[in-house]
Ligand binder design. Structure first.
Ligand code: BTX
Length: 323
């Protein structure tokens, strides 16, 4: 409800300070009884609130499960994540996002699920998305850009995610063009960018993010254990999924606004700082062929430039990269 949102915004703005029932009632425009009722509901959801006589309330712990309220608390964006659809179990958040985008959901709308039973990667591959351990979400954007520039959004998202992981865990992830985020060579996050477009006009871009957060090695199916990792495995301690989500929202909004204002160039520089494949010998596989050569960099549009063993330059728009 709007009252609940206002209440969480009030706690967000108060930071570490206590808020008295009276002050909250005035801030959000309701009775003190209504304030108590909402505080009780937050407790039932798993929030821990400290109550100090003559001072008031302060939130000291947020629930393990991601809740809409927890995402609201501390969120400092203007549009990304302001409208969140939260689901317990879905086939794929992409599917829901496509439907919402078609129904004119505002830019920045996000669908988050605790579990996906038919999570997907590129080219209809499967994405393993077990319950309560990862971040499985889709974000709707509506940039006014020509169709060929859409892949730039994948690179931009990768930068936002790497920065959020760095900020929260101190781990140093790397980006493998175009859409993999790796730690020590293993995949911790995948990004799937899909489009709704008519002729050459983009209606919406749906950015799917799958991040392994608190899985143990045994939580992965055997075939993924050698190629996948989680932040918990790398860091040795649990990481708050909602803090990560909020970090991603904040970075993504900042970079996206920069991108709309100044184009891809500033994003490209940031991206290159995290990229691993550049300057290395790689193989790029597409459905129809494969090229081996040295990755030279990306164009100003985000296309991969490779020089093969005969000195011929190739522009790679979409492929799987082997290092
Ligand atoms: P991709 O095609 O680059 O990678 C898919 C491949 O990654 C799989 O074939 C498998 O080898 C491996 N893989 C599967 N699950 C995992 C995992 N949990 N961790 C590491 N490796 C894995 C990458 O596609 C894009 C993934 C996007 C996922 C998000 S989740 C929210 C949204 N909804 C949805 O259905 N997809 C996106």
């Amino acid at each position: 409800s709007q009252l609940r949102k206002d209440l969480l915004d009030a706690f967000t703005n108060a930071g570490e300070a206590y808020l008295s029932g009276q002050v909250i009632a005035e801030l959000i425009g309701c009775s003190r009884t209504a304030v108590w009722k909402h505080i009780e509901e937050l407790r039932k959801e798993g929030f821990e609130l400290e109550a100090v006589r003559r001072k008031g309330y302060r939130i000291v712990k947020t629930p393990e499960k991601i809740t809409a309220d927890e995402l609201r608390l501390g969120l400092k964006t203007n549009f990304i994540g302001k409208n969140v659809h939260y689901e317990e179990s879905v086939e794929s958040t992409q599917k829901i996002a496509h439907r919402l985008a078609y129904d004119n959901a505002p830019e920045g709308t996000v669908i988050i699920a605790e579990e996906q039973v038919a999570g997907r990667g590129r080219m209809d591959r499967k994405w393993h998305s077990p319950k309560y351990t990862g971040i499985w979400m889709s974000i709707i954007l509506r940039p006014n850009i020509p169709l060929p520039k859409a892949p730039q959004l994948t690179l931009l998202t990768a930068v936002a995610i790497v920065q959020a992981i760095e900020d929260l865990t101190g781990l140093l992830p790397e980006i493998k063009w175009p859409n993999d985020i790796l730690i020590r060579g293993k995949k911790v996050t995948g990004i799937l960018t899909e489009l709704e477009a008519e002729a050459d006009r983009i209606n919406s871009i749906i950015i799917g993010i799958g991040m392994n957060v608190n899985q143990t090695r045994e939580d992965f199916p055997v075939e993924l254990q050698e190629i996948a990792t989680s932040l918990f495995i790398e860091k040795g301690e649990k990481v708050s999924r909602s803090d990560l989500i909020k970090g991603i929202f904040r970075n993504l909004e900042k970079l996206y606004l920069l991108y709309l204002e100044e184009g891809f160039l500033p994003i490209k520089f940031l991206w290159e700082g995290y990229a691993i494949s550049i300057g290395r010998k790689i193989t790029a596989r597409t459905l129809s062929n494969s090229i081996t050569g040295t990755a030279k960099g990306i164009t100003d549009d985000g296309v991969l430039i490779m020089v093969d063993d005969h000195g011929k330059t190739h522009h790679v728009y979409s492929a799987d990269i082997e290092l």
